[in-house]
Design a protein around this ligand. Structure first.
Ligand code: FMN
Length: 490
C-alpha cells in the first residue's frame, strides 16, 4: 500500500523554457527535495554552450546563414540579427555561458532554443567549478519533447553507461543525445533514477539535480516510472542489445560514422581475402558435372550479378514487377501453429514467421505511378502508401549515394514487423530477422537474374527516414533492408 505522499516541485529550464518536476516524497525512506524555490540562484547549474563538432556554418549569396552537419542534415537560420550572428560565430569558436548569451540576445531572440532543438549545441552543466555533465546531441530532436518532466522519473532500461576515451558516456538507442558523465555525483543521481528514487543520495543541491533530471527526461533517458508497468508489446519485445544493434547499424537515430569509411586502412593492413590454410593435406573436390544441376538454375546462379545502372530508355513494367514479386515473395501456403499464423513463400524464414513486408518505392515505371506502395503477398496486390513525398525522395537519394548510380526504377524497402518474431523468440529475434532479410535478398537476386533485370542489395538504409515517410512507429515496424530493381541496360 502506498504511504501518504508529500509533493515537492523541483525545477529547471531548457533552452529558456522553465520546467518543473513534482516529486512525491514518501516517509523517511526518501530524501526530501526542497526544490528550487528555497535555493539561491547560485544553486543552479551554469550552462556552457558550444556548437557541436563537425558542424559548418555556411552563408548563401543572399547572406543567409545555414548550419550543416557532415552533409547528413542542415538547417537554415533565417533573419538573424547582427548580435545573433556574432553569438553564432562565438559559439563555433569556444564554450559560452548561456546566461551571458541570453542577456546579450534579450528575451525576443529564439536563437538559443532553436539551436538546442536543432541538435546544434553541446551543453555542459557546471555547478560552481565542477562540470557535471555534457550533453552531445546526435541529430535534430524531431519528436515533440515532453511538455514537462516525469512525476516519477525512472531511467530507461535501454540506457547504457560505457567508457568513451577517459569519460563515462550515457547513451540509449532511443535518445538523440549522448551524455558525458563528468562527475561522480551524477552517478548517484543515475543510481537513484534506476531505483525509482527521484531523491538520490547526491550531495548536489536539489535544483541542480532537478536540472540534470530535466535534461535526461527531455532527451528520453528518463521516463515516467509507470511506463514500464503498462503492457505494451511494441516496447517490451525489444531486448536492450537488439534495439542497440538495430539503431546503431542503420542510419537515422544517430550521426556516428556508418558505412564504408575504411577506418582500418590507416592503422592495419587489409585482411587477406583467402583464409590461411589449416595444416595437413587438403582433399581435392571434383568440379561438378554441369548436368547434375538443372541447366537453367545453374545458368542463373552463374549469371547473378549486382547491377546498379538502370536502362533509362526502358522503365520496368508493371507486369515485370508483378512477376518478380510473384516468384520471390508471394504467399504460397498458410497454416497455424501454437496460435501463430505461418506462411510458406519462395524464400525461407525462421519459424516460417515471415516478418518482412516489402515496400516498393517507384521512381520510374510504365503502368505504375511514382510513389510508395506496400506489397500484399496474400492477395498479390500493391497498396498505395500515403507516404511523405520529401522523406520518400530522400530514401531514394540515400540509395543513389550507396550505389553511386542513378536512382533505381524501383527501390524495394524491406521492413520488419518485429513482433511477428519477437513475440516468440528472445535475444536472437533481431538476428533472425536479418538472416531472413539476407535470404529474401538472395531469392530476389536469383529471380531478377532469371528475368534479365538489374538487381542490387543495399548495405545500410535509413530507418528514421522510413519512419518519417510512413509515420509508422519504428519500434513496431521499421526498415531493415533495401534492394534496388530496374530494367537491365544492354
Ligand atoms: C548485404 C549486401 C549489401 C550490399 N550493399 C551494397 C551497397 O550499399 N551498395 C552497392 O552498390 N552494392 C551493395 N551490395 C552489392 C555488392 O557490392 C556486390 O554483391 C559485390 O560487389 C559482389 O558483386 P556481385 O553481386 O555482382 O557478385 C551489397 C550486397 C550485399 C549482399
Amino acid at each position: 500500500m502506498r504511504s501518504p505522499s508529500r509533493e515537492f516541485v523541483i525545477s529547471g529550464s531548457i533552452g529558456g523554457e522553465e520546467l518543473s518536476i513534482n516529486v512525491c516524497a514518501k516517509g523517511s525512506a526518501r530524501r526530501r527535495f526542497s526544490g528550487g524555490r528555497d535555493h539561491a540562484v547560485t544553486e543552479r547549474c551554469n550552462r556552457q554552450l558550444r556548437l557541436r563538432p563537425r558542424v559548418s556554418m555556411v552563408t548563401d549569396v543572399d547572406g543567409r546563414i545555414a548550419l550543416v552537419h557532415s552533409a547528413r542534415w542542415g538547417e537554415r537560420l533565417d533573419e538573424l540579427s547582427a548580435e545573433e550572428q556574432a553569438v553564432l560565430y562565438e559559439l563555433g569558436v569556444a564554450e559560452q555561458s548561456e546566461s551571458e548569451l541570453s542577456a546579450r540576445l534579450g528575451p525576443e531572440s529564439t536563437l538559443l532554443s532553436r539551436l538546442r532543438a536543432g541538435g546544434w549545441l553541446t551543453v555542459s552543466y557546471a555547478y560552481h567549478d565542477r562540470v557535471l555533465v555534457t550533453v552531445r546531441p546526435l541529430g535534430p530532436y524531431r519528436e515533440p519533447h515532453p511538455t514537462g518532466p516525469p512525476v516519477e522519473p525512472l531511467l530507461s532500461r535501454f540506457a547504457v553507461l560505457r567508457r568513451d576515451g577517459d569519460t563515462l558516456l550515457l547513451e540509449s538507442p532511443r535518445c538523440r543525445a549522448a551524455m558525458l558523465v563528468r562527475d561522480t555525483e551524477v552517478m548517484a543521481v543515475l543510481h537513484g533514477l534506476a531505483a525509482r528514487d527521484p531523491a538520490p543520495a547526491s550531495t548536489l543541491p536539489a535544483p541542480v539535480v532537478a536540472e540534470i533530471i530535466t535534461e535526461l527526461a527531455w532527451y528520453g533517458f528518463v521516463h515516467e516510472a509507470g511506463e514500464d508497468d503498462r503492457p505494451d508489446l511494441t516496447t517490451e519485445q525489444w531486448s536492450t542489445h537488439e534495439l542497440w544493434f538495430h539503431a546503431r547499424s542503420r542510419e537515422g537515430f544517430h550521426d556516428y560514422p556508418l558505412g564504408a569509411t575504411s577506418w582500418g586502412a590507416a592503422r592495419y593492413p587489409p585482411p587477406p581475402g583467402r583464409r590461411e590454410p589449416w595444416p595437413g593435406p587438403a582433399v581435392p573436390l571434383p568440379t561438378p558435372d554441369r548436368t547434375t544441376l538443372d541447366g537453367s538454375f545453374g545458368a542463373v546462379l552463374e549469371a547473378r550479378r549486382s547491377l546498379r545502372v538502370p536502362d533509362g530508355d526502358n522503365p520496368l513494367t508493371l507486369a515485370q514487377l508483378s512477376e518478380f514479386l510473384h516468384w520471390s515473395a508471394r504467399v504460397r501456403w498458410t497454416t497455424e501453429a501454437s496460435g501463430q499464423e505461418l506462411t510458406l513463400r519462395p524464400s525461407p524464414s525462421g519459424g516460417a514467421l515471415h516478418s518482412l513486408e516489402i515496400y516498393p518505392v517507384v521512381t520510374s515505371m510504365s503502368g505504375l505511378a511514382p510513389g510508395m506502395y506496400h506489397y500484399d503477398p496474400f492477395d498479390h496486390t500493391l497498396e498505395p502508401v500515403p507516404a511523405d513525398p520529401l522523406a520518400t525522395a530522400q530514401l531514394v537519394q540515400r540509395t543513389t549515394a550507396a550505389t553511386g548510380a542513378p536512382p533505381p526504377q524501383v527501390l524495394l524497402i524491406l521492413a520488419a514487423r518485429f513482433s511477428r518474431v519477437m513475440w516468440k523468440y528472445q535475444g536472437m529475434a533481431y538476428a533472425l530477422i536479418l538472416k531472413d532479410t539476407g535470404a529474401l535478398m538472395q531469392t530476389m537476386y536469383l529471380v531478377a537474374t532469371a528475368m534479365n533485370l538489374a538487381p542490387c542489395a543495399i548495405g545500410a538504409g535509413d530507418s528514421d527516414l522510413f519512419a518519417q515517410a510512413t509515420n509508422l512507429n519504428p519500434l513496431e515496424e521499421a526498415s531493415v533492408g533495401e534492394f534496388t530493381l530496374s530494367s537491365r541496360a544492354p
